[in-house]
Design a protein around this ligand. Structure first.
Ligand code: PMP
Length: 414
């Protein structure tokens, strides 16, 4: 096997967990320099919902570059940019009756979160933002301040004093964290200032595949309306169809004030982010939020092609069916291997098995890699084996991956 020289900073992590050199990828598969095949249950941390090297996107990109299309990312109107805006409005926003302005905040997930926090503060004139335990919103200072992971925050000396963390849904058994927050807000002496916004993931990806109940999401929205607080949904990981609908919050029938999208919005893995802002809150003047790489034309080409998947319900239905199959297999594994003390988590194709034994989830993932499955852990103690396959995966791919997973579980429990 081709080894790699250790030239990168120690902070690199995936290359330690998956110690090989990858060379090729297609659909739900990757190959390393030895030609060894891997099934992908990771999808570039959710950036490759449409699979690796999607043929149609690849062709469109090659054609665009060959025809000397405009490459840079500044705010000039270009055909790819206009096409994306129009198609996104037609295919995604209008059918869902959503009236948002589309903003390009910068190239990555953390850029859209930062822009959301900033606009909420500007609109309300308030400073505090409420976030939730085990949330993950990105690694820049504002996003980290609302991230419920002290390991990630401490090195940088965060939290900021403007962020307050509340218990996520189900985090404490039989405990309604929203009623609790309501009490705090009513009691102005409690120290919780009226916040500018509440930010949440409907399914916490890095925090352990914790899926909020729809009733809880509705309650959060209702509290926001009552107190005139902006609701920000960070759909960077759970959006783009990952949970079975384009936006993860659709089944809850809520309308967030601001929505953050990134990862798979760029279709083929090109960096791209958008912030959706309710029209009445689109109050930034020119230059108030800018940045050089806002809106890459190549990403727009792939992103517009990706939207074709959402022109009818077929793609979403297929995700829901595959998700149901994955859930039944997860439950079967939990029943068949009681030593795991497992718990099924998540929805759509964003699922996991929480394993109540220290280090076991990590051992299973390491063994799975060795056997040709790319799968990572999540959760505060890396206790969840997290399944995030490309959404285009077929039945054969799911079965192949699950077989490797089961063989790895058997091996590790031996
Ligand atoms: N929000 C969520 C919910 C995420 O999962 C992530 C990335 N894992 C981010 C924000 C940050 O995105 P990025 O790494 O692209 O900055």
């Amino acid at each position: 096997m081709k080894t790699f020289e250790n030239l990168e900073s120690e902070v690199r992590s995936y290359s330690r967990g998956w110690p090989t050199v990858f060379e090729k990828s297609k659909g739900y598969k990757l190959w390393d320099t030895d030609g060894k095949e891997y099934v992908d249950f990771f999808a570039g941390a959710g950036t490759l919902n449409y699979g690796h090297n999607n043929d149609a996107m690849q062709e469109k990109l090659i054609e665009y570059i060959k025809n000397d299309g405009v490459i840079h990312s500044l705010d000039m109107a270009t055909i790819p940019r206009q096409d994306f805006l129009e198609r996104f409005n037609e295919v995604i926003l209008k059918p869902r009756n959503l009236d948002y302005k589309i903003m390009f905040p910068g190239p990555t997930g953390t850029n859209t979160v930062e822009s959301a926090l900033k606009i909420a503060r500007k609109i309300t004139g308030r400073e505090t933002v409420i976030s939730f335990t085990n949330a993950f919103h990105g690694m820049t200072i504002g996003s980290l301040s609302v991230t419920g992971n002290s390991f990630k925050r401490h090195g940088a000396g965060i939290p900021l004093h403007h962020a307050v963390s509340m218990p996520f849904d189900n985090y404490v058994e039989d405990h309604d964290s929203i009623a609790y927050l309501d009490r705090f807000l009513e009691d102005s002496g409690s120290g919780v200032a009226l916040p500018a916004a509440i930010i949440l993931e409907t399914v916490q990806g890095e925090g352990g595949i914790n899926a909020a109940r729809m009733e809880w999401l509705k309650k959060v929205e209702e509290l926001c309306r009552r107190w005139d607080i902006l609701l920000i949904v960070d759909d960077v990981q759970a959006g783009n169809g990952r949970t079975g609908t384009f936006f993860s919050f659709e089944p809850a029938e809520i309308k967030p004030d601001v929505v953050c999208l990134s990862k798979s919005i760029g279709g083929i893995g090109l960096p791209m982010a958008i912030t959706l802002i309710k029209s009445e809150y689109d109050q930034w003047g020119p230059g108030e939020h800018n940045g050089t790489f806002r809106g890459n034309n190549m990403a727009f080409i792939a992103a517009t092609e990706a939207l074709k998947n959402w022109e009818n319900d077929e793609f979403a239905h297929a995700i829901q069916e595959k998700g149901a199959f994955l859930k039944s297999e997860i439950n079967r594994l939990i029943d068949q291997y009681p030593e795991l003390n497992g718990e099924a988590k998540g929805r759509g194709l964003m699922q996991g098995i929480s394993i109540d034994k220290e280090g076991l989830a990590e051992d299973i993932c390491a063994e799975a890699f060795h056997r040709g499955l790319i799968v990572e852990t999540s959760g505060p103690d890396d206790e969840v084996v997290k399944f995030l396959p490309p959404l285009i995966i077929d039945q054969e791919g799911l079965e192949k991956g699950l077989k490797i997973l089961e063989d790895s579980i058997k091996h590790v429990l031996k």
